[in-house]
Write a protein that binds this ligand. Structure first.
Ligand code: GDP
Length: 609
């Protein structure tokens, strides 16, 4: 069947990730309908405007004779910024470069002392101490240290854990200059030590090893040095290039030596410079939605100077810097390279590792943010949508098991709608539940919102009104179509309730709670009721009808057993306590032996975290 779509001759075409058939058609001067037809012939039902997966685009390209290149989000972002004459990778003239502090991430095996070490280092910062020291956790901090008579700053990323490091790298934000690898001297190299080491190597970041807990009697710092040679880290004292420093984070021993080693390593192997003039660029270290202050983000300036009042865009969030705070809660007017600051004034919450940049005016940052959001939506849509072949459609119909909460969000400003949506998608929910936002918008709740909610394919959607209301007419219509409308004026409350609703969708989970154990002392055979086990209750109590399992020499020999009758002497009993004897019969287990242990339990509903 010919659909009239043009054939290529191996020509290259570039499509962005998540492009639709319409986008494809634009590139090859075709009618979108003809591509829908082509896809149908290939066995996939795709509408013209639906965002497609990489596979779909490549398949169609191959079929029509075009070489499709799917443009990565990074390339696309470069192209987007180029439209605004912004080039993040532009060469900077030598004479604009000034030296900047190193940025350090602490990594290592769990319990080896990362958190303690970060605390201990923070305490060496005398300046903060004098300021009254209401230190805040903002995800990064800077300490100053006098090295060879010169005051030097070092920036620490205060989010221990390898995830933060890799998440940032995955988003293209290489912010770490040096990794401090913490290894407990009483425990040695462990799996996460190796993992951390590999992350640092992959990022080509020099390592300083902090051999921690040397205060412990069983500490063996030399062994750590030995072990790490197997992974290519040879200590300086053995002729290698890696600095190893013995420290004890808890009592605060060796911290100065460690800072010294960081600076020596930085000076020896890195040329840390950045321009301080020009608009700021950098990366988001941490971000969240704050009850009182709205979206807050800790950013690390990497180039230029960030000032209060600047217009910035961070990932898909934008805004004007209303205020900047350092880790001591002090307002700062400007932030130079390697300076982490908490930024207030963004309209939504960016992700950790998103890059940020300051631009000329509000309009530019808003346009960049909006285009990025649109692209992300398209991309996530493409990923979440399984290919709608006839086969998979049938399967989905059969499955029908996923529970989902579908929402329409209306709010008084695009900022609040975005912030709410962002926050909702950060709620941790189990896999079997899906949260979907099928529509978002600014303004009062309208009839068309209700129509959309009731027409939602999975389940009726709930409408969230954030500082907006529905007219009486719309309310009646919603009642008639069983659409629930909920109003909120505080984002936190909305999130809490929706989180509760999501958890409410879960089927209850049960956990086993042990009731008691009994040991079989004798086995009798009764002609009327079969085998009777004469027992002594060892712990807890044994109840009639309880579920049980049987252990023989510590091994489970029967499961799904029920205590079917229970007697004390000649009388029926409902329960028999620890220390007493009883006779019982069981269903589900026909071969009781002297010495077997009966363990009974009940299933109790588990409270959700
Ligand atoms: P993390 O999981 O790597 O962040 O480890 P923590 O910083 O939470 O430390 C784990 C445990 O080791 C805690 O109980 C600390 O008190 C203890 N610890 C950390 N550093 C030292 C140290 O230098 N000496 C001793 N004796 N204990 C330490």
């Amino acid at each position: 069947m010919s659909s009239g779509a043009p054939r290529g001759n191996g020509q290259e075409i570039r499509l962005s990730r998540g492009a639709s058939l319409s986008d494809f058609a634009d590139k090859i001067n075709a009618n979108p309908g003809s591509l829908v037809q082509e896809m149908f012939n290939l066995g996939e039902m795709v509408t013209a405007t639906q965002s497609c997966s990489d596979d779909t685009l490549l398949l169609l390209g191959e079929h029509l004779g075009f070489e499709v290149h799917i443009v990565s989000p990074e390339d696309e972002d470069r192209a987007l910024l180029a439209q605004f004459n912004i080039d993040l990778d532009a060469e900077v003239d030598e004479d604009r470069l000034v030296s900047r502090p190193p940025v350090v991430t602490v990594m290592g095996h769990v319990d080896h002392g990362k958190t303690k070490l970060l605390d201990a280092i923070r305490k060496t910062n005398v300046v903060a101490g004098e300021a009254g020291g209401i230190t805040q956790h903002i995800g990064a901090y800077q300490v100053s240290y006098t090295h060879e008579g010169v005051d030097r700053a070092i920036t620490f990323l205060d989010t221990p854990g390898h995830e933060a490091f890799t998440a940032m790298r995955a988003r293209g934000a290489q912010v770490t200059d040096i990794v401090i690898l913490v290894v407990a001297a009483d425990d040695g190299v462990m799996p996460q030590t190796v993992e951390a080491l590999n992350h640092a190597k992959a990022a080509e970041v020099p390592i300083v090893v902090a051999v921690n807990k040397v205060d412990k009697p069983n500490a063996n710092p030399e062994k750590v040095r030995q072990q790490l040679t197997d992974y290519g880290l040879l200590a300086e004292e053995y002729g290698g290039e890696t600095m190893f420093v013995n420290v004890a984070a808890k009592p605060g021993i060796g911290i100065d030596d460690l800072l010294e080693a960081v600076l020596l390593t930085a000076d020896a192997s890195l040329e840390l410079t950045a321009p301080v003039d020009g608009p700021a660029q950098g990366a988001v270290v941490e971000s969240h939605l704050d009850k009182g202050r709205g979206a807050v983000a800790t950013v690390l300036v990497q180039k230029g100077t960030l000032r209060a009042g600047d217009s910035i865009v961070a990932g898909g969030a934008h805004g004007r810097v209303r205020a900047m705070l350092d880790e001591n809660g002090n307002q700062v007017a400007e932030a130079l390279p390697a300076r982490p600051v908490l930024v207030l004034g963004l309209t939504s919450v960016p992700g950790a590792g998103d890059t940020f940049l300051a631009a000329e005016d509000d309009r530019t940052v808003r346009q960049i943010a909006e285009q990025r959001q649109a692209r992300r939506r398209a991309a996530s849509f493409a990923n979440s949508r399984t290919r709608a072949t006839l086969e998979t459609l049938m399967e989905q119909l059969k499955e029908g098991e996923k529970t989902s909460l579908t929402l329409v969000i209306k709010g008084d400003s695009s900022g609040s709608v975005e912030a709410l949506e962002d926050a909702l998608f950060k709620i941790e929910i189990p896999d079997e539940i899906q949260l979907k936002v099928i529509h978002r918008g600014v303004g009062a709740i309208t009839e068309s919102d209700v129509n959309l909610a009731s027409a939602s394919s999975d389940a009726t959607a709930t409408i969230i009104g954030f500082n907006v209301r529905a007219s009486n007419k719309v309310k009646e219509m919603a009642d008639r179509s069983n659409v629930e409308i909920r109003y909120y004026s505080v984002i936190y409350q909305a999130i809490e309730e929706i989180e509760a609703a999501l958890k409410g969708l879960l089927k209850p989970e049960y956990e086993e709670v042990e009731q008691g154990t009994a040991e079989i002392r004798e086995v009798f055979r009764s002609s009327k009721i079969g085998l009777i086990a004469g027992c002594l209750v060892r712990t807890g109590l044994i109840r009639r009808n309880a579920k049980a399992r049987i252990l023989r020499d510590g091994v489970v020999v029967a499961e799904n057993v029920t205590i079917s009758s229970l007697r004390r002497f000649k009388d029926d009993a409902t329960e028999v306590r620890e220390g007493f004897e009883c006779g019982l019969t069981m269903s589900g287990f026909g071969t009781p032996q002297v010495g077997d242990v009966i363990e009974t339990f009940e299933m109790r509903e588990k409270p959700r975290a």
